[in-house]
Design a protein around this ligand. Structure first.
Ligand code: NAD
Length: 311
């Protein structure tokens, strides 16, 4: 395992993911971290331990000091900024044969373009897309699923599986560059549509007089079973630990789900696949994300947007 690890983006996901590496790797592994919000960096240095965590002023400085660099930022524009900003971006460093892993959920076009730029300026460096599923709780518990843009024959794979395995239980090589992102967008498209369908079905059942907990139990043992209903039920009070049961606080923000559904619909369009739920589904998430009753909350708040009862 390399002795110097770089991390860029210490937000809701990046912070606990990187903290797991700090906890699980030996005390002679050092971490070089950066975030545009200095407060997150300071907090990370405090929690991770001042002797092993080093704050860096730029992505380039992270790359200068690390053998392997991971990033976890919100959107494609942020990934471009991290990698391509002249003078201070990752590619401004001498990357030699370093490994770069971007865990952000972004569009495949940006990821491939960044990979190409990386390959043309640093031919021996290797760039991988490795988005995750499992949410903040999965990041904290190191149970994330990683979707890796790599072939299973890739000689880097055992190392990647070992490193990512410190943050997650399932590492899937998806076949090649950007296919990790494709898998992630397929997953989130499915999960977003199940959230809408589950919310609507629950609204119908409750309107007819059913207890939503009974309905959820029926779904659980029937063909409507899903992780959304079992663990992330959109109806408050059905699953005690779900974000809906704490006024939709925490969890996976509705703006991120809107972004992912948009990216999934765009990917489908680019591949010539007509996704009939895509446009109307995206419309629901666009409107819900802009609704003051839902803004900033877990994406399952779509139930509230659709008119669900919350008593
Ligand atoms: P977040 O907004 O909480 O964290 C992102 C961090 O990146 C912030 O701290 C921000 O300051 C930092 N950042 C932005 N631009 C930067 C730059 N140029 N240089 C350095 N730092 C920069 O977001 P998050 O919830 O951690 O999500 C990150 C990614 O993970 C997104 O693509 C999201 O879709 C994906 N994701 C999130 C979840 C979730 O439950 N939150 C689950 C799976 C995947």
């Amino acid at each position: 395992m390399p002795k110097n690890i770089g991390w860029i983006g210490l937000g809701a996901m990046g912070f606990p993911m990187c903290l797991n590496l700090v906890k699980k790797l030996s005390s002679d592994t050092h971490f070089y971290v950066n975030d545009v919000v200095q407060g997150f960096v300071d907090k990370f240095v405090q929690e991770g331990g001042q002797t092993r965590i080093h704050a860096c002023a730029s992505a380039k400085e992270v790359a200068d000091k690390s053998d392997i660099i991971l990033s976890m930022v919100p959107e494609g524009s942020h990934v471009r900024a991290v990698y391509l900003t002249p003078e201070t971006g990752l590619l401004a460093s001498n990357l030699a044969s370093k490994i770069l892993i971007d865990c952000s959920t972004i569009d495949t076009g940006t990821s491939l373009a960044v990979r190409d730029d990386c390959a043309s300026s640093h031919p021996r460096a290797r760039f991988y897309d490795a988005p995750v599923s499992g949410g903040v709780s999965g990041a904290e518990k190191a149970t994330l699923t990683f979707m890796l843009g790599s072939a299973s024959s890739n000689p880097d794979l055992p190392f990647l599986q070992h490193l990512l395995g410190l943050m997650g239980g399932n590492i899937f090589p998806c076949g090649g560059a950007s296919l990790g992102l494709t898998a992630k967008l397929c997953n989130n498209y499915t999960s977003a549509m199940i959230s809408v369908a589950t919310s609507e079905a629950m609204i119908v059942g409750m309107k007819a007089g059913m207890d939503p907990r009974v309905l959820a139990n029926i779904f659980h043992t029937s063909t409507a079973q899903s992780a959304i209903c079992d663990d992330w039920c959109p109806v408050p009070g059905v699953v005690p630990g779900a974000p809906s049961s704490r006024d939709y606080k925490g969890g996976f923000k509705i703006a991120l789900m809107k972004k992912d559904v948009g990216l999934a619909v765009e990917t489908a369009g680019r591949l010539g696949v007509e996704v009939v739920l895509g446009r109307p589904g995206l419309g629901v998430y666009e409107e819900a994300a802009a609704d003051p009753r839902c803004e900033g909350l877990d994406s399952r708040v779509v139930y509230r947007f659709l008119g669900g009862r919350e008593d």
